[in-house]
Design a protein around this ligand. Structure first.
Ligand code: HEC
Length: 191
């Protein structure tokens, strides 16, 4: 009688410890992934912006379009081959169809748009989805330079507009205003 009870207690405590061990170690992994993603995004963002703004200054926006279209996939590939994860940019108003968000990404972007309207500061969003750890880092259009290619017709010079329209006939990435949500860096870790 006593032994049986004792046995049950031992089993319950073993199971409980296992449960905590598993949940705790998951939490540590998530934090690790999150921190790694944050630093990768920082590098990605800086590399892209530095090259883009330098190009605009040296040869004008109309001759800098390829910086955005060629450099970002190159960075994405470089990062993906170095680490066990993928990163890309997504946007509901995308210029390149490769940046069209999936359902999960769309939901995060729509929540952020609501939060921005309510005057909230956006924060990184992460979730485990089908054996993947997914992270979304917001991209808010916070630099006037961006408007030279993503602003209104008056803000984009005619030559640039012509080139953009020729290359992206279904372009949705225009008429943005400063402070609006432009999209996100969307990362996925295999777990
Ligand atoms: C010289 C023109 C130019 C400037 C300036 C520019 N972009 Fe872009 N942007 C593009 C082009 C072209 C694409 C499509 C790239 C591709 O084909 O992958 C793009 C794509 C993007 C995307 C991916 C989603 C999509 O629409 O396909 C984001 C996000 C983005 N730009 C944000 C920005 C931000 C933020 C700035 C300012 C820091 C900026 N861009 C400045 C030309 C520009």
């Amino acid at each position: 009688m006593f032994n049986k009870k004792y046995d049950t207690l031992v089993w319950v405590s073993i199971l409980l410890s296992l449960f905590f061990l598993i949940t705790c170690s998951k939490q540590v992994d998530e934090e690790l992934y999150l921190n790694k993603t944050k630093s990768v995004v920082q590098v990605f963002k800086t590399e892209l912006q530095t090259n883009l703004f330098r190009a605009i200054q040296e040869r004008g926006a109309e001759n800098s379009i390829e910086v955005c279209s060629e450099l970002s996939p190159a960075i994405e590939e470089k990062i993906a081959s170095e680490n066990n994860f993928k990163i890309k940019r997504v946007s509901e108003k995308f210029r390149n169809k490769n940046h069209e968000p999936d359902e999960w990404e769309k939901k995060v972007l729509q929540n952020w748009s609501r939060e921005l309207k309510d005057g909230k500061k956006l924060t990184v969003f992460s979730e485990i989805q089908n054996a993947e750890y997914r992270v979304m880092n917001p991209i808010v259009l916070d630099n006037a330079n961006c408007l030279q290619c993503h602003g209104s017709k008056n803000e984009i010079n005619p030559k640039t507009l012509e080139k953009i329209q020729a290359k992206y006939p279904n372009d949705k990435a225009r008429d943005f205003k400063l402070g609006e949500l432009r999209g996100a860096f969307s990362s996925r870790w295999k777990i």
